[in-house]
Design a protein around this ligand. Structure first.
Ligand code: HEM
Length: 490
C-alpha cells in the first residue's frame, strides 16, 4: 500500500475513533433536560416568580429532574418524590454541601454556623449538639413555660382589640419572635431579631453577582457592603453581649447554676461538645435566621386557612373543648391528645411549606443520577411545594382537607418523600421538634380563646407574595376575633 493511502486511512480511522469516544463520553455526561440556556445569562430572562411555581410549570414539560443555568450558575431542580429521594437519601452525602457564595460566607460568620457550613466535622458536632442538647424532649419540655406565658400575652393583646379589625400578622409576629427569644436568651424583644430580619431581607432570590460571578466584586445590589459594615458587626456585638451576660450569670451562680435557655446550654457544654464563641454566636444566629420566619409564616397560613374554612375551625374547637375543656388554657402537654390540630398544621405545611424550594444543596463533584450526570458545583433545589401538591400522590391536592392526615402515619419528619416541609436526610431541619410543638400549641390556644372571622366578607386572599425567600401570604391578615372562653382563664 502506498504511504499516501495508508496516511489517509489512518486519519479517517482516528477521526472516527475520536468521534466515537466523544459520543461515549457525552452520553456518559448526559445532562438532565431543561430550558435553553443562553451564553452568560442562561435561562435568567425566562424565569418568573415565585420560582417554585415556575419550576413546577417547567417540570411538566421537561420531567421531574430539570437542569438549567441561571446566569452562569448551573441549577438542578427536582419535582417528584422519587427524584427527591435520590437527592436526599440515595445520594444524600454527595448532595449535602451548600453553595459556596459570598452572601452565605458572610452570614455564616465564615462558615462557622450550621445552616450554611459545608458537611464536615464542625457541622457534624453542631448537629449532634442541636439534637442531643437543644431539641431533645427534656430541653423542649423545660422551655414550654416560655411559650405558654408568651401565648397569654398574645391572647390578652387580641382580647384588648376585640370589636376592632385586628392585623393578625403583627400579633403573631410578636408571639413568635418573643417566644423564640425567650427560648434562646430568656428575654423578650431582643434587638438580635430585628438585625437578623434585616439580614434575611437582603438575601435575594436572584442576586446578579451570584449569578454572574465575574461581576460579584461590584456588589451591584450593595448587599455585601451593608452586611459587612453595618448588620453583621451589629449582630456580632449583640450576640457577644448576650453570651457574656449569660457567662457572668453562670459564674455568679457557681454550683447552683441551672441552664434556663439555649445560650445557657451552649456555654455549659464540655469536652468534645465544647464550642468556641464564634460557633455559639453563629448557631444562635442560625436559630433566629432559620426558625423565626419559617414558623411565623406557617402559623399565618394555618390561621388564614382556618378562617377561610369555618367548618374546620369549629371541628378543631370541638376537639379542644372535649380534651381541655373551658376551665383552663391549652398546654403543650395536651398536644398528643389533639390529633385534629396536628392534622391541621400538617395540611397547612403540605400546601404552604415555608421554604418551598428548601435551602439549596450543592454537589462538590459530578454525580450520576437517573441516567444523567449532574456536573459538580450545581445548586440543587428540591421543589417541596410541588411535591406536596402532586396530583399523582394526593387526592384533590389543592384543597385544604386536614382529614387526609387523620389516622395516617404520614409525618413531616423527613421519612415520607411525598411530604417534605422540613426536607430530609443529613440536612433535614434540625428545629423540626420545636416547630411541631410550638405551632400546634399556638394554633390550639388561638382557637380555644377566640372565634375568628375575616374582616372582609370575601375571606382571606390566599395569594403568595412573589418576591420572598420564605413563602409568605401576600395580603394582610385582617380579622375579627370574639372571645369564646371565660375571661378569668386568659
Ligand atoms: C415550620 C417551621 C420550619 C420549617 C418549614 C423549616 C424548614 C426547613 C428546611 C426545608 C430546611 C432545609 C433542609 C435542607 O437543607 O434540606 C431547614 C433547615 C434548618 N432549619 Fe428549619 N424549618 C422550620 C423551623 C425551624 C426552627 C424552629 C429552627 C430552629 C430554631 C430551624 C432550624 C434549622 C436549621 C439550623 C437548619 C439547617 C440544618 C442543616 O443545614 O444542617 N428550623 N429547615
Amino acid at each position: 500500500m502506498d504511504l499516501g493511502v495508508a496516511l489517509f486511512l489512518l486519519s479517517v480511522g482516528l477521526t472516527t475513533l475520536s468521534l466515537l469516544i466523544g459520543r461515549i463520553l457525552s452520553s456518559q455526561r448526559r445532562l438532565p433536560p431543561g430550558p435553553f440556556s443562553f451564553p452568560i445569562f442562561g435561562a435568567l430572562f425566562s424565569l418568573q416568580e415565585p420560582l417554585h411555581q415556575h419550576f413546577a410549570k417547567i417540570s411538566k414539560k421537561y420531567g421531574p429532574i430539570v437542569f438549567l443555568k441561571i446566569g452562569m450558575v448551573p441549577f438542578v431542580v427536582v419535582t417528584d418524590k422519587e427524584m427527591a429521594a435520590q437527592i436526599l437519601k440515595a445520594h444524600d452525602l454527595e448532595f449535602s454541601s451548600r453553595p459556596d457564595e459570598e452572601f452565605f460566607r458572610i452570614v455564616s460568620h465564615d462558615w462557622n454556623d450550621l445552616i450554611l457550613a459545608p458537611i464536615g466535622d464542625k457541622w457534624k458536632t453542631m448537629r449532634r449538639i442541636c439534637s442531643t442538647h437543644l431539641f431533645n424532649n427534656s430541653t423542649l419540655k423545660a422551655s414550654a413555660g416560655f411559650r405558654e406565658s408568651e401565648m397569654k400575652h398574645a391572647v390578652k393583646a387580641i382580647f384588648q382589640q376585640s370589636g376592632t379589625t385586628i392585623k393578625l400578622q403583627e400579633v403573631l409576629s410578636n408571639l413568635m419572635s418573643n417566644s423564640l427569644c425567650l427560648v434562646l436568651f430568656s428575654e423578650r424583644g431582643v434587638e438580635v431579631v430585628d438585625v437578623i430580619q434585616n439580614i434575611v431581607s437582603l438575601c435575594l432570590n436572584l442576586n446578579i453577582g451570584t449569578l454572574l460571578p465575574a461581576l460579584d466584586w461590584l456588589d451591584l445590589h450593595g448587599v455585601y457592603k451593608k452586611l459587612n459594615t453595618e448588620l453583621v458587626p451589629r449582630l456580632k456585638l449583640l450576640l457577644e453581649d448576650q453570651i457574656d451576660k449569660h457567662r457572668r450569670r453562670k459564674d455568679e451562680a457557681g454550683d447552683t447554676f441551672v441552664p434556663q435557655d439555649f445560650t445557657d446550654v451552649l456555654i455549659s457544654l464540655e469536652d468534645k461538645d465544647k464550642l468556641p464563641n464564634i460557633s455559639i454566636l453563629a448557631l444562635l444566629s442560625d436559630m433566629v435566621m432559620a426558625g423565626l420566619e419559617t414558623s411565623l409564616v406557617t402559623l399565618e397560613w394555618t390561621m388564614a386557612e382556618l378562617i377561610n374554612h369555618p367548618h374546620v375551625m369549629s371541628k378543631a374547637q370541638e376537639e379542644i373543648d372535649s380534651v381541655v375543656g373551658t376551665a383552663r388554657t391549652v398546654q403543650e402537654s395536651d398536644l398528643p391528645n389533639l390529633p385534629y390540630i396536628e392534622a391541621i398544621v400538617k395540611e397547612s405545611l403540605r400546601l404552604h411549606p415555608a421554604a418551598p424550594l428548601g435551602v439549596p444543596h450543592m454537589n462538590p463533584k459530578p454525580v450520576k443520577l437517573g441516567g444523567y450526570t449532574i456536573p459538580g458545583g450545581c445548586k440543587v433545589l428540591v421543589n417541596i411545594w410541588a411535591i406536596g401538591r402532586d396530583p399523582a400522590r394526593w387526592s384533590d391536592p389543592e384543597a385544604f382537607q386536614p382529614e387526609r392526615f387523620l389516622g395516617s402515619s404520614i409525618s413531616p419528619n423527613g421519612q415520607n418523600f411525598d411530604f417534605l416541609p422540613f426536607s430530609s436526610g443529613r440536612r433535614v431541619c434540625v428545629g423540626y421538634p420545636l416547630a411541631m410543638r410550638s405551632i400546634p400549641f399556638f394554633v390550639a390556644s388561638l382557637l380555644q380563646a377566640f372565634n375568628w372571622s375575616p374582616a372582609n366578607p370575601g375571606g382571606i386572599d390566599m395569594e403568595e407574595c412573589t418576591r420572598s425567600i420564605t413563602m409568605k401570604l401576600n395580603a394582610d391578615l385582617l380579622v375579627n376575633a370574639s372571645i369564646r372562653v371565660d375571661q378569668n382563664i386568659i
